[in-house]
Every structure is written in C-alpha cells, then in structure tokens.
Design a binder for this molecule. Structure first.
Ligand SMILES: Cc1cc2nc3c(=O)[nH]c(=O)nc-3n(C[C@H](O)[C@H](O)[C@H](O)COP(=O)(O)OP(=O)(O)OC[C@H]3O[C@@H](n4cnc5c(N)ncnc54)[C@H](O)[C@@H]3O)c2cc1C
Ligand code: FES
Length: 366
C-alpha cells in the first residue's frame, strides 16, 4: 500500500514537472509573432501574439464580458477555444464546471495568444460596441452610492435590455498604471437610448469606485463598452420577487421602468434590504412606481435601524423579511442582485419556499 502511494506521489511530481516544463517551453520557444484567430468558423483576424485572448480581442473591437479587468477573479470572460489554447490553467478551473471544461470553455483573460486559435463566441457579442460618453450629472444617492448620468457622444445611442450591464473604463491614475474595466448595471430606462444612469457604491481602495467617487467630475469624458448580460425580464406572467439592496437596485430599477412603460400587469414585489435609514434611496420614485404599475409593491427593510431613524417599516435581514412575506414561491420567479453572499442566502430562502432553481435569476456583483 505504502509502495503504491509512493508510486502515485512520484508520478504526480513527474507530471507537475512536465506541465511546468511544457509551459516554460511554450513561453520561450513558441513563436508569438503573428497569429490567426478564427471566430465561429467564419471571421478571421490576424493579430500580434503574446497577450491574453481577452486583450487581443478588445484591440480588435471585440468585447468579451469581464468585470475584474482580466485578473481571473470574476469568471465572466468565458469563450470556447476549439484549438490552440494550450492546457487548462489552475486559475481557470474554479470558474468552469466539468461540462464546460469538457466543451473547451476557457477564460479569455487567462488564455495567451501564442499560436493560431479557433474560438467560438455568442453572436450577441458582435453587437457590443465601445462608446464615448460625457458625465452630465453626479448625485449622491446615499453616503456611499453615487448616481452617475452619462450622455452618449460617439456613437450617440446605445440599445440595451433592462437588466444588462456595461463596462466602464478607468484611465490610468494614482491607483492603476493601466486602464481597467469594471461592470456596472444600467439603472435607466432602455427606451432612453441617448443617456444611461449608473448607481455606483464606493469600495474603499477600489480602483474604479475611488475614481468615480473622488476624481470624476461633471463634464468629463469616459469610455465604456457594452451591453452585456442575460439578466433581465422574462417572457412570462408569473409573479416577480425582486430582491436587491444598495447598488443592486440598478438593474431592478431599469426593469421596473421597462414594466411601467409597457404597462406590464405582472404582480411584482421588490424587497430592498439596507442597514439603516441612511442607506435607503430613491424612495419617492419607487413609491411613484407603486402608483404607475398595476400590481407593484416596494418593501424596504432595515437590518440595523438607528434609534434616531424612528423606523416603522420592515425590520430584519432581507432574507427574514422575504420569508415573512412569501408563503409559497413555487409559481413565482425571482430576480436577485447584489453581493454573492446576499444572493446565496436569498436563493436558500426561495428554495425553502418551493421555488425551483430554474426560476431564480441573478447577477452577482462580484
Ligand atoms: C454583472 C455585474 C454588475 C455590477 N453592477 C454594479 C453596479 O451596478 N453598481 C456597483 O456599485 N457595482 C456593480 N458591480 C461591481 C463592480 O463591477 C466592481 O466590482 C465594484 O464597483 C468594485 O470595483 P473597484 O474597481 O472599485 O474595486 P477593486 O479595485 O476591483 O477591488 C478592491 C478591493 O475591494 C474588494 N471588493 C471588490 N468589490 C467589492 C464589493 N462590491 N464589496 C466589497 N469589497 C469589494 C476586492 O476584493 C478588492 O480587495 C457589478 C459587478 C458585476 C459582475
Ligand atoms: S476577466 Fe474576470 S475572470 Fe477573466
């Protein structure tokens, strides 16, 4: 038995050594001059090798979803690489299911362009464009959330679906030597194609949020690309349970605008979780939507109200409030936005209330 374990151990060491050798050899020997990337068996690009597939495609105006700027920490930049990607890296495996790994799905930010590649991407990504926009308004919604209004300049219009997000470019400044991109859900009505609103929560020392909160000014020009994402209204008449606090309100607000404009008769309950009164915002527009939409209720809940808040509304964590209000969720659909922790807790409550996973839609702001 011990001999067998030693043999397995030795094999593992040899295997790891070979993989390392292969990677070093690949870096040193393989020609990273010109490479050809064939996309969906049709379009072919001739590019300079040596950079990540994500960065290379971006230079060709092909934008792959990415929320972490290529650091391998969001898992959004998935593309199918049929040929030429090299071995799967340990930085990719946590983001890929066994089925995706078998189907040659890879993270575009981790795959280096070193030889000719055959890749497959969804057709919608060909619609993604880069935009130049001007900041026309910056408003403090709370002590840590800003509403950023952008007017599109070139191209002057964007078509997106309620619930989708864009990627905002942060130019080099004190916290970054190179441009970085972060994902932000669009909060405004998709019918308004010339301007978009974002709701951006400050993350201490965060590259993009520090830029937006401390450096960006009205009149500045920014670059963004999009739209991305599949989160949004479904083609159904089922009751909607929306759960989103803080800046997670952004895509829900866009969805509610869409519903109000199309006079959607769907029953909709929006649970907005916050700590204290100072974390609540846009209460008036939400109350206004209760009057416009035939069957909509906005339910703010405070988990830690200050005594000075004199709060008489719902109290407790948003999951507790949902559990109190919803008896049977088996026929409803849920739309969740916010931190991964909050979303996972909500999914558990909804499952307990009978909602199948196939009816739970979410965007994790990771
Ligand atoms: C699809 C999608 C849509 C999103 N929409 C929105 C939106 O509408 N509004 C919005 O404000 N954000 C949104 N986000 C989050 C946003 O993309 C950034 O991750 C966030 O703003 C932080 O960026 P940063 O550059 O300031 O921080 P970074 O420089 O990326 O991070 C700095 C540090 O803070 C940590 N960190 C990163 N994000 C958070 C966080 N949210 N809370 C606590 N710690 C964090 C990191 O681990 C790191 O240690 C969305 C994310 C996704 C994936
Ligand atoms: S861009 Fe975030 S994992 Fe690749």
């Amino acid at each position: 038995m011990i001999a067998l374990l030693i043999a397995v151990g030795v094999l593992c060491v040899i295997n790891t050594g070979l993989v390392i050798l292969l990677l070093v050899a690949e870096t040193l020997i393989v020609d990273t001059g010109e490479c050809r990337i064939t996309i969906n068996g049709e379009k072919a690009l001739t590019v300079a090798g040596g950079r990540s597939l994500l960065a290379t495609l971006k230079d060709e105006s092909l934008f792959i979803p990415s929320a972490c700027g290529g650091r391998g920490s969001c898992g959004l930049c998935k593309v199918t690489v049929l040929e030429g990607a090299g071995p799967l890296l340990p930085t990719e495996t946590p983001w890929l299911t066994p089925e995706e790994q078998k189907a040659n799905v890879r993270l575009a930010c981790q795959v280096k362009v070193r030889r000719d590649l055959q890749i497959r991407i969804p057709d919608e990504l060909f619609q993604v464009k880069q935009y130049r926009a001007r900041v026309t308004d910056l408003a403090d919604l709370t002590h840590d959330i800003k509403q950023v209004t952008l007017e599109l300049e070139e191209p002057p219009e964007i078509r997106f679906k309620a619930g989708q997000y864009i990627q905002l470019e942060v130019p080099p400044y004190a916290l970054t030597d190179e441009p970085v991109y972060r994902a932000y859900s669009v909060a405004s009505d998709p019918a308004d194609t010339r301007r978009i609103e974002l709701e951006i929560r400050y993350v201490p020392n965060g590259i993009c949020t520090t830029y937006v909160h401390k450096h960006l000014k009205v009149g500045d020009t920014v670059t963004l690309n999009g739209p991305y994402g599949e989160f949004g209204l479904t083609d159904s008449s089922a009751e909607m349970l929306c759960i989103a606090g803080g800046s997670g309100m952004a895509p829900i607000k866009s969805i509610l605008h869409e519903m109000a404009r199309t006079r959607s008769p769907r029953r909709c309950r929006y649970f907005f979780g916050a700590r204290a009164r100072r974390d609540l915002f846009l209460l008036e527009p939400m109350r206004g939507l209760e009057k416009t939409l035939p069957d909509f209720r906005f339910i703010p809940a405070l988990s830690n109200p200050d005594p000075a808040d004199a709060w008489e509304g719902e109290s407790g964590r948003v999951t507790e409030v949902v559990a109190r209000h919803v008896q049977d969720a088996s026929q409803a659909e849920a739309f969740l936005c916010g931190s991964p922790l909050m979303i996972d807790a909500c999914i558990q409550v909804l499952r307990d209330k009978g909602m199948p996973d196939s009816k739970i839609f979410y965007d994790k702001f990771s």
